[in-house]
Design a protein around this ligand. Structure first.
Ligand SMILES: [Fe+2]
Length: 409
């Protein structure tokens, strides 16, 4: 009777431990802590004082400790198993009493020496889907008793619980590894993509000896202006790329026409003015991750009064990105030297913008453009973009004077 009561008490204790173990290994805690707690529970169930959980390290091809107790620093201890031994342990898949020398202990080879140093008495394999993920090694019971059949069954169930947790963790680690690998590949591709676009922009600008850096400035100005207009990060990125490529159609135009200092003939004019359509045809064949780049390129010489080219679009029929680029493209052309004239001063450029307000340029774009310049001159922004690229100093007082009488949209 006494024996039955004790067994029942033990059974209840072990069931409780199993429930706690289940709870522990499915908790969202840090994996190292989970494994440690699991090991402590296993050891507690058998009143063992020393224990280690080994996990297979596929990089090194060895089983390395991931949690230990009562053995000091076991970081360097590792177990190497032959394929045959690993296979025999996987098939056996039951706790093994090392003291009894049960099969497949005889196949352990050098690993037996490592386990002996760790004073291991029992080992329980951690197996999922015929894969040996690791094993638990614990020393003998504090009482010196042997491990009963019941103890072995309990250890086996505990090892199964830990196996599933270890398996999930290893899957997660593999996924993370793949994710990081793919992220690295994506970053590389992204860099190549951007480098290619920058190389295109440089090749366009190189054709025109007067407009070095024009595409980069149009790109930067378009980005800062669209951001001021409340565009999303993705949209700003799209117009930044469109700015770099907006004159790509000029690669089909003869260099002598682009660099001609005297007035162009009607044929030369037609040739030069074909560049937005040529650019559109080139870019519309590319699947960009951003919307509207081909149309922004096609329509960057349109004017809101309908007198631009190539489609003679009016007002809001012109894509908003193209209206932004039309302003900053003209602004940069005015404020840099050209084959046929030296650059205009900022005041002269602003007078031009004022004179063409609502004719060539969209008032809804000009106003935020002026806001950006005001903010930059007043040093209200951390990274000014437009003002540092102008070849003159501007101060708030002179700027106010220059912008006096600007029509309101
Ligand atoms: Fe252009």
């Amino acid at each position: 009777m006494l024996q039955t009561d004790l067994s029942l008490e033990k059974l209840l204790f072990n069931l409780n431990t199993l429930a706690e173990l289940g709870e522990e290994i499915t908790s969202p805690k840090d994996f190292t802590r989970v494994v440690k707690s699991a090991l402590y529970m296993v050891m507690g169930s058998f009143s063992a004082t020393k224990g280690v959980i080994f996990q297979f390290d596929s990089d090194r091809g060895v089983f390395a400790p991931i949690a230990s107790k009562g053995l000091g620093d076991v970081g360097a201890a590792h177990v190497k198993l032959s394929k045959e031994t690993a296979s025999a342990l996987t098939k056996h898949n039951k706790p093994i009493d090392l003291k009894k020398g049960e099969h497949p202990v005889e196949t352990l080879g050098e690993a037996a020496g490592v386990l002996e140093k760790l004073e291991a008495r029992m080992i329980a394999c951690l197996v999922v889907k015929d894969e040996l993920l690791g094993f638990i090694a614990i020393n003998g019971k504090f009482s010196g008793e042997d491990f009963s059949v019941y103890d072995c069954q309990l250890l086996s169930v505990m090892a199964q619980h830990i196996s599933f947790s270890l398996h999930s963790h290893m899957l997660l680690m593999r996924l993370m590894h793949k994710y990081n690998e793919n992220k690295g590949l994506y970053e590389n591709l992204r860099r190549i993509y951007y480098d290619t676009i920058h190389a295109f922009a440089a090749s366009i600008d190189a054709k025109d000896s007067y407009t070095r850096g024009h595409s980069h400035r149009v790109s930067a100005y378009s980005a800062v202006l669209s951001r001021e207009m409340g565009w999303s990060h993705e949209e700003v990125e799209g117009i930044r790329i469109a700015g770099l490529l907006h004159d790509i159609g000029k690669i089909a135009v003869d260099k002598t026409i682009i660099n001609k200092a005297s007035p162009l003939t009607s044929y030369e004019c037609r040739e030069l003015n074909s560049h937005p359509v040529v650019g559109y045809e080139i870019l519309s064949k590319i699947k960009f991750p951003w919307k509207g780049i081909p149309m922004m390129t096609r329509n960057h010489h349109e004017k809101v009064d309908g007198s631009g080219y190539p489609d003679r679009l009016k007002k809001t029929d012109i894509p908003i990105g193209a209206r932004i680029m039309a302003l900053v493209d003209a602004f940069d052309a005015m404020t840099t030297d050209r084959p046929y004239r030296p650059r205009l001063s900022f005041r002269e450029a602003m007078d031009e913008v004022k004179a063409n307000f609502g004719k060539q340029f969209d008032p809804d774009v000009v106003q935020p453009f002026l806001t950006v310049i005001r903010k930059e001159v007043r040093r209200e922004v951390d990274n000014p973009t437009i003002v540092p690229l102008l070849q003159e100093q501007l101060d708030s007082v002179s700027l106010n004077r220059m912008l006096e009488g600007f029509p309101v949209a």
